[in-house]
Ligand binder design. Structure first.
Ligand SMILES: Cc1ncc(COP(=O)(O)O)c(C=O)c1O
Length: 337
């Protein structure tokens, strides 16, 4: 079966497993795991931020960031389909006691003008706005990416209103490759950044939260409270280091595969609308004779898995374990339907 449901399905390659087996480890809750320390400083340096914290998941890094940036009763601004709001189990309310103001973005991307319009005034009837969250690439936006100057405008707005700005960069690597941007371009724009190693980069586990040293010290406390302190985590960090050193440039191949698949879908009468493909995702609506579910079943009978994300919308995601010949096979199946 060719797996196109998500880039989280990747399995470690043999050389990645070898790097994991040979990792030097210690107890990271005691701050004594050299491989975790190496990964944390590698990521902080890449993004030109002071410090980093290795966590089990992107959900945890996002939720810790929100907790650090807010007080109960405050308001968070984000896109309506963003992961932090729609797919983290109500974590903003549960962990941080905040309410959320959602915006409808352009393929998941929100802009400074929209944000400015919903920042609450200093009024006792209103929840104080505290934090803006950006997702890049945007998952539900079909892997869409931000332009740096749009982010710069949001940064300036946040400065003006003394709001914190967090980036959910679960797939920032795809954006960097697609837009030819540098991680350092992002470090100075955000108060905190969450990056994931377990999506397009192909590591089995792991995300990092980046920020200044004080922020990361507080984040370390919340990680402990949430049960996210890991002991010989260096085995996992080694997979992350390997992924950063070997799996970033190859993302361009995943993007080409996604474009190839989208091109095959374009000519099909049962495809209603395909979101522009910027990175490794293809999101499209289906029409008669299919529903999203019946098409997914049909494709499964033909050897590949994709995911219906609504009654009429399907998502396909390319990744490390989808070879060029597999992408070709997918194209052939689509052409034959
Ligand atoms: C945009 C985005 N942010 C955060 C996450 C959460 O990552 P994790 O599954 O590691 O909790 C995901 C997961 O797919 C995601 O797509």
């Amino acid at each position: 079966m060719i797996e196109l449901r998500s880039d989280t399905f990747t399995k470690p390659t043999k050389p990645m497993l070898e790097a994991m087996f040979s990792a030097e480890v210690g107890d990271d809750v005691f701050g004594e795991d050299p491989t975790v320390k190496k990964l944390e400083s590698l990521c902080a340096n890449m993004f030109n931020m002071e410090a980093a914290l290795f966590c089990p998941s992107g959900t945890m890094t996002n939720q810790i960031a929100i907790k650090c940036h807010t007080q109960p009763g405050q308001e968070v601004i984000c896109e309506q389909q963003s992961h932090v709001y729609s797919y983290e189990g109500g974590g903003i309310a549960f962990n941080s006691g905040c309410q959320v103001k959602t915006l409808q973005g352009d393929r998941g991307r929100i802009h400074a003008g929209q944000i400015a319009a919903v920042i609450n005034p200093d009024d006792i009837h209103k929840a104080p706005t505290a934090l803006v969250i950006i997702e890049n690439t945007s998952n539900r936006g079909g892997g869409s990416c931000y332009e740096l100057n749009d982010l710069q405008y949001i940064r300036e707005l946040c400065n003006e209103h003394q709001l914190a700005l967090h980036l959910d960069g679960a797939r920032i690597w795809n954006a960097l490759v697609a837009k030819n941007q540098q991680p350092k371009d992002f470090g100075h724009l955000f108060d905190s950044i969450s990056i994931c190693l377990s999506k397009g980069l192909g590591a089995p586990v792991g995300s990092l939260l980046l920020g200044d040293a004080l922020f990361i010290n507080r984040a370390r406390r919340f990680r402990k409270i949430l049960g996210g302190g890991m002991r010989q985590a260096g085995y996992l960090a080694a997979a992350g280091i390997f992924a950063l050193e070997n799996h970033i440039d190859r993302l361009a191949t995943d993007h080409l595969h996604a474009q190839h698949i989208a091109k095959a879908l374009e000519s099909k009468s049962w495809v209603a609308n395909i979101l522009p493909v910027e990175t490794n995702m293809v999101i499209f609506d289906v029409r008669e004779p299919y529903s999203a579910k019946s098409l997914a079943n049909k494709l499964k009978e033909n050897g590949f898995l994709c995911i219906p994300i609504s009654e009429k919308t399907i998502r396909m995601v390319t990744h490390l374990n989808v070879t060029s010949s597999m992408a070709e096979q997918v194209v052939k199946v689509i052409e034959g339907l």
